[in-house]
Design a binder for this molecule. Structure first.
Ligand SMILES: Cc1cc2nc3c(=O)[nH]c(=O)nc-3n(C[C@H](O)[C@H](O)[C@H](O)COP(=O)(O)O)c2cc1C
Length: 228
């Protein structure tokens, strides 16, 4: 078998682990990680755009599974992972979802290969014994309190929605996030009989080149923040 990386010693795990042990713990990050190549940073952030028009290329189910397998690793409070996802792909599902969207968003939903509803489960407390075995019972009691549950579910499902966008871009997909829809209506239509509520929706696909409007500016570092 030809394993050039192994042959060259680059994947010599014994040697690497010996080197790591000689490095002070605080410097390990510098040794084990490096910034992504500039092209990857462009794909994830600088050149990534919001798309509302799509090429004819479909997304296969494996790509959607791969997307979830990446985004699920993004951190959430106490590993609570409150987001729940409905991947709307069928014509029937698209019709139900688009009917509940603002007029301007309807065609965007119908045109996309997939539009995912990112919801949050207000009953996520019940999953804490599975997701945080060391303190599952205590966390379940804590998150059964309605205000703690709602705050945590909303905050962390928004984070998980952001992880979804970044993971999609990492896989070469484009995104069209939208909050212009009837949340209560979507909850009735897609989450009836559960305690799941919709947060936002996000179309996924391969964007049609040249269709986004000119990029809008962002706040500068100093406008957006300050040192303290
Ligand atoms: C949570 C969220 C909600 C949004 N809602 C809508 C929407 O309802 N309709 C729409 O056309 N665009 C919507 N957008 C798209 C934003 O306007 C767009 O992402 C933003 O202007 C940045 O564009 P850019 O990524 O091309 O720079 C939404 C984006 C986010 C993240």
């Amino acid at each position: 078998m030809n394993l050039p990386l192994l042959d060259s010693g680059l994947l010599d795990t014994d040697r690497l682990s010996a080197e790591f042990q000689s490095v002070p713990a605080g410097r390990l990050h510098a040794v084990t990680k490096s910034a992504l190549p500039t092209g990857s940073l462009d794909q994830l952030f600088r050149q990534a755009r919001t798309y509302n028009e799509w090429s004819s290329r479909e997304i296969d189910e494996w790509t959607i599974h791969g997307l979830y397998e990446l985004l699920k690793w993004g951190p959430t409070a106490a590993n609570s992972s409150p987001a729940r996802f409905v991947w709307v792909k069928s014509a029937e599902g698209k019709a139900r979802l688009s009917a509940l969207a603002m007029d301007a968003n309807r065609a965007k939903i119908l045109a996309a290969p997939v539009t995912v509803i990112i919801g949050y489960d207000l009953a996520f407390a019940e999953t804490m014994p599975e997701l945080f075995p060391a303190r599952g019972e205590m966390l379940r009691e804590f998150y059964r309190e309605p205000t703690a549950a709602a705050d945590t579910a909303q905050r962390n499902s928004s984070l998980q929605g952001a992880y979804l966008i970044i993971a999609a871009r990492a896989l070469g997909l484009d995104c069209g996030p939208m909050s212009g829809f009837d949340n209560a209506g979507v909850d009735r239509e897609f989450f009836a009989g559960t305690r799941i509520q919709s947060n936002f929706i996000c179309s996924l696909g391969y964007g049609k080149p040249g269709t986004p409007f000119p990029r809008n500016p962002r706040l500068s570092f100093d406008e957006a923040g300050r040192w303290a």
